[in-house]
Write a protein that binds this ligand. Structure first.
Ligand code: NAG
Ligand code: NAG
Ligand code: NAG
Ligand code: NAG
Length: 345
């Protein structure tokens, strides 16, 4: 009974408040909202953004006869894990992260050892042989794409790497020389998003938990994630960022500049289901000789984080064939709840 009252309340307020209901959602499961599986859970949670999410999911609205409650929604858009991190878990992500080496942000495409100290690289047992990239988000976890780790074995993850073909990666001359030596870390567990689908690439996100914690030194750091709500809500459309990874043909770490596109532009180049659209973003390569990055590579945007600009990871590259400059990324901000919920001490 209580449930019914709530539903009526939600719908009536929708109708009264929103002359401007857009009916913009598109999906293959546009259904009378009362029939959506899990609708009861969705509404009973009364999360502060339920109303907005409900409104965004509306795919049909009977304007002529509003009192009939003839509202249809994309059920798939209402049905996912609650994206609300618990404070304790989100605090496992450090605030000291993503330090920007001011000298080297702008300009060349060339990357030097120590420029990006929060990357990880690992071999997968998939054939043809390939490697994937991930990012260090705290001392025990690497964030990567589900299509890198699902159904394959990953025994170790390498941190502090620059040139895959050399043991020591050095900069400087004579007494000023500074070298970084990679470390192979043993993997304890791989956590793939429970909703990940090979075909659609929905929920293409995974975490790798290391057996022992990373010992942070000069050549190792963590990358920032959009931890604060304010940063999650920042519009990054048309923002310029960086993509960092090894690519699949080079041995040395690469970076290329990218620009995040708007959704319309993205949809025209890359048709996405409603569910995929909600959790992905697209970016265009802006670098003349950008190569194909490997799956799991982070899309980062320098963002004010606390008091300083820091590198914040907004995307995870999906594996793809590099035929166009267009790339699809998992939208990290929309998975902060999932990430936090899956972190252990
Ligand atoms: C870009 O191309 C130039 C010339 O071919 C090459 O020397 C340079 O290493 C390339 N940069 C990257 C990041 O691949
Ligand atoms: C990947 O495998 C190759 C060949 O076994 C090995 O030489 C290389 O060190 C491995 N790389 C990483 C990052 O583990
Ligand atoms: C999206 O981006 C394209 C290309 O930059 C631009 O032409 C178009 O006007 C943009 N659309 C919206 C709705 O901003
Ligand atoms: C990236 O974009 C440039 C043009 O801006 C193009 O010349 C280059 O081929 C693109 N690289 C890839 C890998 O798509």
């Amino acid at each position: 009974m209580l449930f019914k009252v709530w539903i009526v309340f939600v719908v009536v307020s929708l109708i009264l408040k929103c002359d401007g209901i857009a009916e913009s959602a598109q999906c293959s499961d546009c259904t009378d909202f009362k029939q959506c599986p899990g609708i009861q859970d969705f509404i009973s949670k009364k999360a502060s953004d339920s109303m907005k999410r409900f409104r965004d999911a509306i795919c049909y609205f009977d304007r002529q006869n509003p009192r009939s409650y003839g509202v249809k929604v994309c059920c798939s858009m209402l049905q996912e894990v609650e994206n609300r991190p618990t404070p304790q878990q989100i605090d496992l992500l450090p605030d000291r992260c993503g330090e920007i080496n001011q000298d080297r942000i702008i300009g060349t495409e060339k990357v030097l050892p120590f420029d990006f100290t929060w990357l990880a690289v690992f071999n997968t047992t998939r054939t043809p042989k390939s490697h994937c990239t991930g990012s260090i988000i705290n001392s025990k976890y690497i964030l990567t794409a589900a299509d890198c780790v699902k159904d394959v074995e990953v025994r170790t993850v390498r941190v502090g790497e620059y040139d895959l073909n050399t043991d020591l990666d050095c900069i400087g001359y004579g007494p000023e020389i500074d070298c970084s030596h990679h470390t192979d870390m043993d993997v304890e567990a791989i956590i793939v998003h429970e909703g990940f689908q090979w075909n659609s690439r929905e929920h293409n996100i995974a975490l790798i938990r290391l057996k022992s914690p990373i010992n942070f030194k000069d050549d190792l750091d963590t990358l920032c994630l959009p931890k604060a709500t304010k940063i999650q809500e920042l519009s990054i459309t048309n923002k310029r960022g960086l993509m960092v990874g090894w690519g699949n043909h080079e041995s040395v770490l690469l970076k290329s500049y990218i620009s995040v596109t708007n959704d319309t532009y993205c949809d025209n180049h890359y048709p996405r289901s409603a569910a995929l659209r909600k959790h992905t973003l697209c970016a265009l390569n802006m670098s003349k000789n950008s190569s194909c990055m490997d799956a799991g590579s982070p899309l980062i945007i320098p963002t004010k984080y606390g008091d300083y600009p820091r590198y914040v990871q907004y995307g995870i590259l999906h594996s793809s064939i590099c035929i166009s400059p267009f790339r699809l990324y998992t939208d990290v901000a929309s998975y902060m709840g999932w990430i936090a919920q899956n972190l252990l001490e």
